[in-house]
Design a protein around this ligand. Structure first.
Ligand code: URA
Length: 408
């Protein structure tokens, strides 16, 4: 009985595979109502799950939909996941780098969630770029050029979609076991052999503390071991926006600058190099030092940028048509000092209100708007210096300087 299952978890006992199968699949088949599923999710949030329960739940998630098989493609397929952040355009940089180094990447990316932008929205700011490749098209492209970044076309892990939507409105998103099964089920179902996960920590991220990030990391590595997938994790800061831009076209242009070696020596570039080095090391089975050398060379000799161009062309995008709004206004420093903080969450909210993301499900994204940071944390500024440029179309929302910046 469903009530007995909920009660068992409420008093802190572990559920069996059969019990979880009954309630989760019952929910997907509309036999279990939202209120009972919500009660179970809250009991999981409060009482946690054993490792065995997490492995079982991950299996129930994976088996709820299609599982992709890329075993026809020679070589080790590596995938990357980020738990999401403001200005996170790492996929656009690292996938071409890994392919330029001889690795093989099939990346199914998602759209924005909350204040965080999605890679698919960013790529759609390149006019013509197709994010709806069929499984056959994906296979052909990856055979030919070694990389694909597309949206999810097959019905992968429908259980996660349903449960995530319910978690979102029942304050049960932050459960570490639920996050781990959600992410790992999608990565395993999308056919990767090896996976790197960038766990973001800070006010602009789902995970707020380093301790929680460590727990999530350990859990995802364990799930990977159980399912015979090598998983590596990186824990990275999300108190400050990533890189210099937030907003779709602006982020694509910044990614291009990194790939061409124009943009270097900042924490965003360092993170991209670290992620790409891990992926190349896993994909080619080589030591990190050797992989790092290849990654840096691929930027210096422009082969990574050429891979990006190849991918955009293969997916029918036209980089020459990418547009940024020509309406700009500036945030200027009211004081002299050093920038101590730039609040990621507040910039995420601002970019959403400018139209770079969706506030309501039916909103249309404006790819041309966003924010460019002219100064970064640690920079010294004078009174009147431009700290950020806002690219807008509609009215610019009210900005509370003190909420966004700390200068002292
Ligand atoms: N990202 C996911 O894919 N799932 C979660 O539960 C949280 C972040």
């Amino acid at each position: 009985m469903i009530l007995d299952i909920i009660n068992k978890k409420r008093i802190g006992k572990a559920l069996t595979y059969q019990e979880m199968d009954e309630i989760f699949n019952g929910y997907l088949e509309d036999k279990v109502p939202d209120y009972q599923m919500s009660a179970l999710l809250m009991a999981i949030c409060i009482n946690g799950m054993t490792d065995q329960e997490i492995f079982d739940l991950t299996r129930i998630f994976i088996e709820s939909g299609d599982v992709l098989d890329f075993s026809d493609i020679p070589g080790i397929k590596v995938d990357k996941h980020s738990t999401g952040g403001i200005g996170d355009k790492t996929t656009l940089v690292i996938v071409p780098i890994v392919a330029a180094c001889g690795g093989c990447v099939v990346k199914m990316s998602g759209r924005g969630l909350g204040y965080t932008g999605g890679t698919i929205d960013k790529l759609e700011s390149i006019p013509g770029y197709r994010v709806d490749l069929s499984d056959d098209e994906i296979l052909r492209q990856v055979h030919k050029i070694g990389l694909v970044v597309t949206g999810q076309t097959s019905d992968l892990v429908p259980m996660d979609k349903a449960i995530y939507a319910l978690r979102d409105v029942t304050s049960t998103v932050s459960s570490i076991p639920l996050i781990a099964s959600s992410i790992m089920s999608k990565k395993i179902a999308s056919g990767a052999d090896k996976i790197i996960i960038d766990i973001k920590v800070g006010n602009g991220a789902l995970i707020q503390t380093k301790a929680d990030a460590k727990k999530l990391s350990e859990l995802m590595i364990k799930i990977g071991e159980f399912y015979d997938r090598e998983v590596r994790t990186i824990i990275s800061d999300m108190n400050t926006p990533l890189g210099k831009t937030i907003g779709n076209s602006l982020e694509v242009l910044e990614a291009i600058d990194v790939l061409r070696g124009v943009e270097k020596n900042n924490s965003f570039v360092d993170l991209c190099v670290e992620l790409a080095t891990n992926m190349v090391s896993m994909s080619l089975g080589i030591p990190m030092k050797e992989a790092n050398k290849k990654v840096l060379e691929s930027i210096q000799n422009q082969s990574a940028y050429h891979k990006f161009e190849e991918m955009v062309k293969a997916q029918k995008g036209d980089l020459s048509k990418i547009k940024v709004s020509n309406h700009t206004m500036f945030i200027k420093s009211p004081v002299k000092g050093t920038i101590e903080k730039i609040n990621a969450l507040e910039f995420g909210k601002l970019s959403l209100r400018l139209g770079a993301g969706k506030e309501n499900i039916d909103d249309k994204i404006d790819y041309t708007v966003g924010i460019k940071l002219n100064k970064l944390v640690g920079d010294k500024v004078k009174k009147g210096d431009i700290l950020a440029t806002i690219y807008y179309k509609k009215k610019v929302p009210e900005i509370s300087f003190d909420n966004i910046y700390k200068i002292s």
